[in-house]
Ligand binder design. Structure first.
Ligand SMILES: NC(=O)c1ccc[n+]([C@@H]2O[C@H](COP(=O)([O-])OP(=O)(O)OC[C@H]3O[C@@H](n4cnc5c(N)ncnc54)[C@H](O)[C@@H]3O)[C@@H](O)[C@H]2O)c1
Length: 348
């Protein structure tokens, strides 16, 4: 394999565009772009004039050879797309959630294993320096035996009305913290209980709290709410000042605490340590995950792209991505969604 993989981007929305940018920086060549929306393909052709575009993966595979693909399409489309790419032997990065159900995620992993196809999931926290350092501290035993993790991830109410109401927050936002808990505890989850609130008139809850118990005896509390106002201040990520972003005026607020038998850690996932203010708006732009500065993607997404590209070309990787954990995470999420309905603690 050459030192530059030919990568297809499947789903060229907000995140697909960022993945493409980050992969080019990592040394990849964007060899194809797939999206069913003609307007999206038109803008893709403007951004990447030499890259062929396709309305679906079947047409891509029929005419273009690629070394890898990033699946950044809408959440519920990942399963058939991943299976088609795996059947064609294409290594892939699948954005979170890997699939709509745990059975689908397991099938994706099984078929990738059977076909000996490399696959990784899009759990970006595993590529963010503070989370990596925390993981190292926990894994080395410096904090003793991990006992408790508390993770909070809150998102704008306006985004729930715009698109958030289509996917259960357990799968959309909490899945990041479920994956983080699996990574940090490194112990099989045994029981899950979940609670939710429904005040915005949708079938799915807008706020969820999930308690995960691990075989080690540790516990993780993962909570996520889509009830933040657009002007909420603490721990804000706002895109209002970033004219390149289509969606504006939202916030993500997140915090993490872990407590071990011999040490603790606190991590302000999105902090207000950097502000940009005009007469009409104050923003606290994120610089940790995927800031676009000078036409480049920085932060965890850039590190993830380097790692994926290295995996594809047979280079050295960080070894933190785990599709196995992604499947277990889907099982935890599914048990949590069952618990929301049953009101009971669910066994895994
Ligand atoms: N890892 C993270 O931190 C993170 C952050 C944001 C989004 N995401 C994930 O990335 C994915 C995309 O999110 P987004 O914010 O870019 O959404 P988006 O709605 O902006 O983009 C999704 C794109 O997928 C396209 N699409 C729909 N069906 C398709 C199909 N069958 N084949 C190809 N393309 C198809 C849509 O037309 C759209 O252009 C989601 O799974 C989301 O959860 C992950």
């Amino acid at each position: 394999m050459s030192t530059s993989a030919r990568v297809a981007i499947v789903g060229f929305g907000r995140f697909g565009r960022l993945h493409a940018l980050a992969l080019v920086q990592a040394g990849a060549n964007i060899a194809a772009i797939v999206d069913p929306r003609p307007d999206v393909l038109e803008s893709a052709s403007k951004a990447y004039p030499d890259t062929p575009v396709f309305p679906d993966v079947t047409l891509l595979l029929a005419s273009t050879e690629v070394d890898a693909a990033v699946v950044a399409s809408s959440e519920l489309t990942h399963f058939p797309i991943a299976l088609e790419l795996i059947a064609a032997g294409v290594p892939l990065l699948v954005e979170k959630p890997v699939a709509a159900t745990a059975a689908e995620a397991q099938q994706i992993l099984n078929e990738a294993r059977e076909g000996d196809v490399y696959i990784q999931s899009g759990f970006i926290l595993r590529y963010e320096p503070r989370h990596l350092m925390l993981h190292e501290a926990v894994a080395s035993g410096r904090l003793g035996e991990l006992q408790l993790m508390r993770a909070k991830r809150d998102v704008s109410r306006s985004w729930f009305h715009a698109y958030g109401h289509t996917v259960n927050p357990i799968l959309e936002t909490s899945i990041h913290d479920i994956d983080l808990a699996l990574w940090l505890f490194a112990s099989p989850p045994t029981f899950v209980q979940a609670w939710g609130t429904n005040s915005l008139g949708y079938e799915i809850p807008e706020s969820v709290t999930v308690l995960i118990e691990f075989g080690s005896g540790g516990q993780a509390f993962v909570t996520s709410s889509w009830l933040r106002t657009d002007r909420d201040v603490p721990n804000i990520l706002s895109w209002e000042l970033e004219s390149s972003q289509e969606d504006s005026g939202g916030v993500i607020a997140g915090d993490l605490e872990v407590l071990g038998s011999q040490g603790t850690s606190r991590l302000a996932t999105y902090s207000d340590s950097f502000s940009l203010s005009t007469d009409s708006v104050t923003a606290y732009p994120d610089t940790a995950f995927w800031p676009v500065i000078g036409g480049r993607v920085w932060g965890a997404l850039a590190a993830e792209a380097v790692d994926f590209h290295q995996a594809v070309i047979g280079g050295k990787t960080l070894g933190v991505a785990s599709m196995e954990d992604a499947v277990i995470g889907q099982r935890v999420a599914e048990a949590a969604i069952r618990s929301l309905a049953s009101g009971l603690k669910e066994q895994l």
